[in-house]
Design a protein around this ligand. Structure first.
Ligand code: F6R
Length: 627
């Protein structure tokens, strides 16, 4: 949550910072601000609301300096307002912060006793005061930052400038991500590579408790004790065009349409292009995420087989949409590899003192690779002796770096706050992983393996068919808006898709929507049914279809309006439905990837027709780096 950008170099810092913040707005969008050198002093400008408000304030502003910092906020301490917007200032110090300072109350009391002039309700401003007090005495910014870092508890990434040093940017992190972008005689320090991708492809991912000092063109990185650390430069292959809308009205719509391509990219490394056999590529168990690209595929597959052959149970931990993909994964692993699986929400898992038995593989799923609870879960599981494997979209993100093994969604940047392509790519990766495990464990015949990989290879073109429902829901939105609530139902592998469909509608259209296992209807939710309740059901033609249709008959008999996502020309399902949406007939394991597409489109169009900001829904941020 919150996005930060720092720039030191020959370009116009105002332009670089605003461009960067635009790419980070997904992280928070309730206020924004910049502090940039203008002559010998630092000028600060802040605005409440979305970034465009700040842009308006900056329209006629010129800055003669070459150093500045900026921030887009998702409020934790203190309401969204100009007063609480970053950068915060104390003495000559200006600072932006992403995260939470846990010991802020004690620091605040201490500062108030010393009569500090605290002007906001934030925890962040207090850090500016601490650094300012230190630098007043020592006149040494690096030493001051180092001393203050030692005092802070919590999770934070912070950028600092001092009005006495117009060519020096300091940054430090403990928790939320921070990356250094390296250009020609210029340096960027940003929350996410996307913020600097249009200027450079060379990045250094910072580890926790590291301090960055940029003085002119000189970059140094230190640990918390002040010892210099090696700088590992990574070259990214993401292009800056990928983080633009490319003609679509919304990032979310673009990302929905990118799904056929994204699932192809997710499966491609793991299916041998000639034999169509499954073999996981470059998982790099025991290797750093920085090195996986350089691994030999055959050698690495041997290592992966060795590690996975030892595994007797799986625990999947994630949040939100990623958690729902884990629920689908449970069906895959249990059916295809006959391995017992537990799936848990990371915020619960990390605090419930879980029992981790020997030979457990803990899989974390995270698009951003930065979600605080998921990160805490993987750290805990590692300490308790589990072998860990991460499925991330952002390579070298913190979770990716901490895991023993590494798999990637390969979806390309996902900017819309509501996750779409990362979800379907993850299902595809989980499918490949469960096939690999089934093969290693001797549970998957060669014939079944071929059947499965054929089903996967057909998936992109089947998703194209599902995308045709774009127009359908753009037309249907007016009528669908009349419902008071939405109940999403599914059985088996379609149950998590019902949960995901309901989440998409909640977060985008702000309707009350609930996902339920269809078999649970009689145990309570049936009481909700009347003519104002839409029942959205995911019911492909599989061996659970008959049972689902019986549940729908009961809902229909009580006035519920049924919208069903089925497969092929299914008369039985059609007959109980007010609206029947046939998807291509597919394999049971790929059905979920196809049937989620119309649910994404439905949520998108409903929200859009209500005039909501689809890419940046209220109260949310894409990367949840605080608890
Ligand atoms: C919903 C959504 C969130 C994320 C969740 C986990 O559309 O995007 O529920 O799935 O915050 O995020 P990651 O996958 O980055 O750990």
């Amino acid at each position: 949550m919150c996005g930060i950008v720092g720039y030191l170099g020959p370009r116009d810092p105002k332009e670089v910072i605003i461009n960067g913040l635009k790419k980070l707005e997904y992280r928070g969008y309730d206020s924004a601000g910049v502090a940039i050198f203008d002559g010998p002093s630092v000028k600060r400008i802040r605005a409440e609301g979305k970034l465009k408000n700040l842009e308006l304030c900056l329209m006629n502003e010129k800055f003669s300096g070459h150093l500045g910092i900026g921030h887009t906020r998702w409020a934790t301490h203190g309401v969204p307002s100009v007063r609480n917007a970053h950068p915060h200032q104390a003495g000559g110090i200006s600072l932006v912060h992403n995260g939470i300072i846990e010991n802020y109350l004690e620091i605040r009391e201490e500062l108030l006793k010393r009569k500090a002039d605290i002007t906001s309700d934030t925890d962040s401003e207090l850090v500016a005061h601490l650094i300012s007090e230190e630098v007043e005495k020592s006149k040494d910014l690096f030493q001051s930052v180092k001393n203050v870092l030692a005092r802070l508890r919590g999770a934070f990434s912070i950028l600092v400038i001092w009005d006495q040093e117009p060519d020096r940017l300091l940054a430090f992190k403990d928790g939320p991500p921070l990356v250094v972008g390296l250009g020609e005689k210029e340096t960027f320090v940003v929350s996410d590579v996307q913020a600097a991708l249009q200027y450079t492809k060379k990045f250094i991912y910072l580890d926790d408790r590291q301090i960055v000092s940029v003085k002119g063109t000189q970059l140094d990185i230190f640990d918390a004790e002040g010892n210099a650390v090696a700088q590992k430069i990574q070259e990214l292959n993401w292009s800056s065009e990928q983080v633009e809308k490319q003609g679509y009205s919304h990032f979310m719509l673009k990302e929905i349409y990118e799904q056929p391509m994204a699932v192809s990219a997710a499966m491609a490394p793991h299916i041998d292009s000639e034999t169509h056999a499954i073999r996981l590529a470059k998982v790099g168990f025991g290797k750093s995420s920085h090195d996986v690209e350089t691994l030999d595929v055959a050698e690495d597959w041997k290592n992966t087989q060795k590690v996975l052959s030892e595994i007797e149970r799986i625990v999947i931990v994630a949040c939100g949409t990623s958690y729902y993909s884990g629920l689908v994964g449970k069906y895959y692993f249990e059916q295809l590899a006959r391995i017992p699986v537990e799936v848990d929400v990371a915020s619960e898992y990390r605090y419930r003192k879980p029992v981790i038995l020997p030979k457990t593989l803990l899989i974390t799923i995270s698009q951003s690779g930065e979600t605080a609870d998921t990160l805490a879960a993987i750290r805990m599981a590692k300490e308790m002796g589990a072998t860990t494997l991460s499925i991330c979209n952002v390579k070298n993100s913190t979770i990716d770096r901490e895991a023993h093994g590494h798999l990637y969604m390969n979806s390309g940047p996902e900017i819309g706050v509501a996750s779409t392509k990362a979800f379907t790519s993850t299902l595809t990766v989980l499918n490949c992983l469960s096939l690999a495990l089934g093969k290693i464990k001797g549970k998957l015949s060669a014939k079944a393996e071929q059947e499965q990989t054929q089903a996967l290879l057909k998936l992109p073109s089947q998703m194209e068919v599902a995308l045709a429902y774009d127009k359908y829901f753009s037309d249907a939105a007016e009528e669908l808006k009349k419902f008071k609530g939405f109940l999403y139902l599914g059985r088996g592998v379609s149950y998590p898709i019902a949960l995901e469909g309901a989440l998409k509608l909640k977060e985008l259209a702000y309707y009350h929507a609930e996902g339920y296992a269809a078999g649970e209807m009689k145990h309570g939710p049936l009481a909700l049914i009347d003519e104002n309740m839409a029942v959205v059901v995911v019911a492909p033609s599989d061996d659970l279809l008959e049972k689902t249709v019986s549940n729908l008959e009961e809902a229909k008999a009580r006035g519920g309006k049924i919208i069903s996502v089925g497969s092929g020309d299914n008369h039985r399902l059609k007959s109980v439905s007010s609206r029947y949406l046939p998807m291509p007939v597919a394999h049971w394991s790929t059905n979920p990837v196809i049937s989620v597409v119309p649910l994404q489109l439905m949520a998108f169009h409903l929200a859009n027709s209500l005039g909501h900001d689809v890419d940046q829904p209220r109260n949310l941020a894409k990367s949840v780096t605080v608890e």
